[in-house]
Write a protein that binds this ligand. Structure first.
Ligand code: SF4
Length: 144
């Protein structure tokens, strides 16, 4: 449970971010130069400790976690957000009594949003995810 310590006394802040992310000034993600696909290893695997250490020092850690909790399908959590895997996010969702707050987004949409938050241009996101610019724009709008 060590990995959840950073959330101590931040439950309300997390709820606010999940429900009203637009009220938060943008913060800098520490993984800007990291291949974010590494945070989505094969099922059951865990990213390298070095990658998760990047999350521990990330200014946008809570926002990253809130994004996943807001947008992913609770029945199909995948990947690591805020340094936390699917099982941890299940526990957090239960603690903050997270009901369905939005229509779940696909893994591709979540990846696009994360890349957008990391400062990637729409063209580059479209290219790396193999979808159109229009689709990327739709993904990015879905969390504004
Ligand atoms: S917490 Fe999220 S935004 Fe921050 S480094 Fe980790 S994956 Fe990137």
């Amino acid at each position: 449970m060590d990995s959840l310590h950073f959330l101590a006394d931040r439950g309300q802040e997390l709820r606010d971010l999940i429900h009203s992310p637009e009220n938060r000034d943008s913060v800098r993600a520490a993984c800007t130069d990291v291949d974010v696909s590494l945070y989505h290893p094969e099922d059951g695997e865990r990213p390298a400790d070095g990658l998760l250490a990047v999350c521990v020092g990330c200014e946008g850690r809570l926002e990253c976690l809130a994004l996943a909790l807001r947008a992913e399908d609770p029945e199909a959590r995948h990947g690591w957000y805020g340094g936390l895997g699917p099982a941890d996010r299940d526990r957090i969702a239960a603690v903050v009594r997270l009901d369905a707050v939005a229509t779940p987004l696909s893994d591709k949409a979540l990846a696009a949003i994360r890349l957008g938050q990391n400062g990637w241009r729409i063209n580059d996101i479209a290219q790396v995810l193999g979808c159109s610019r229009r689709t990327v724009q739709r993904y990015l709008r879905s969390v504004r």
